[in-house]
Ligand binder design. Structure first.
Ligand code: ADP
Ligand code: MG
Length: 255
């Protein structure tokens, strides 16, 4: 694995041409993410969070502006299997068992990787899926499929993790438990993480910084650093102060 991969976005804009004309989604995003940093992208529904992630993942290209991952275009990192991607709607391969789905990135990367990655069996256990290793995806609930997709991303030893609302189908208790496990894995392997979420407390719990987006066409309305030691107590006054700070900026960007 390529360690220490910075992400650099320079004046990135994205518009879609449709039958009703042009839809301007992202408007001049400038962002520098440090190697090994955990950054959450938070913004209103439809503002372009998934679009932004797709651009960084080289699944789409900006209308204007530049993106660099470790000084290379995103497509180069993708070709090197250094991008771990989790879509908003998890896509598991229906003909593979849960265990084989989770193992997939390790199997694909076998020759390239010299670095260890998290063992798949313990990931499945951590996700509460140990009893479902031999099951096929369609037999699992949406939340369980999402946990399996999360395990698959964590099992890849990619340098960059791009996660699109990975906890959105989970109940609150599972969400909190997985957040702690996630952090332990991130701290061990230190990929650079871009984490999209609606959930401000989740972003504050996990991230080094929150990047807040406005309504479409969206730009960055504020960046909130979270200078609290981990693990973070979400009931503490300092934690709540950061949540409030982020919420205030988001509300201003929503009008
Ligand atoms: N491929 C596409 N073609 C046309 N419009 C798109 C496409 N992808 C996204 N959009 C539009 O761009 C806007 C932002 O979408 P998205 O990035 O999914 O927002 P978010 O993830 O923040 O909810 C939405 O209005 C969506 O309909
Ligand atoms: Mg989205």
């Amino acid at each position: 694995m390529l360690h220490a991969t910075p992400i650099h976005l320079e004046n990135v804009s994205k518009s879609f041409e449709g039958s009703n004309g042009r839809l301007d989604v992202l408007d001049g995003i400038n962002l520098d993410i440090r190697p090994g940093e955990f950054v959450s992208i938070v913004g209103p529904s439809g503002c372009g969070k998934s679009t932004l992630l797709r651009l960084v993942a080289a699944l789409d290209t900006p209308t204007s502006g530049q993106i660099w991952l470790n000084g290379q275009p995103p497509l180069a990192l993708r070709a090197q299997k250094e991008i771990g991607w989790m879509a908003q709607k998890p896509a598991l391969l229906p003909w593979r068992t849960i265990l084989d789905n989770v193992r997939l990135p390790q199997q694909v990367n076998r020759q390239a990787s010299s670095q260890p990655s998290a063992p798949t069996e313990s990931l499945l256990k951590m996700m509460g899926l140990a009893d479902f290793a031999a099951a096929y995806p369609h037999t699992l609930s949406g939340g369980m499929q999402q946990r399996a997709a999360l395990a698959r991303t964590l099992a890849s030893n990619a340098a960059v993790w791009l996660m699109d609302e990975p906890f959105s189908a989970l109940d609150e208790l599972t969400r909190q438990a997985l957040a702690d496990e996630m952090l332990a894995i991130w701290q061990k392997y230190r990929p650079t993480v871009l984490w999209v979420t609606h959930h401000i407390p989740e972003a504050v719990k996990l991230s080094d910084r929150l990047v807040l987006l406005t309504q479409r066409p969206s730009h960055i309305s504020g960046i909130v650093p979270v200078d609290l030691p981990r693990p973070r107590d979400d009931t503490s006054t300092s934690f709540q102060a950061v949540v409030r700070q982020a919420r205030t900026i988001l509300q201003k960007g929503a009008v």
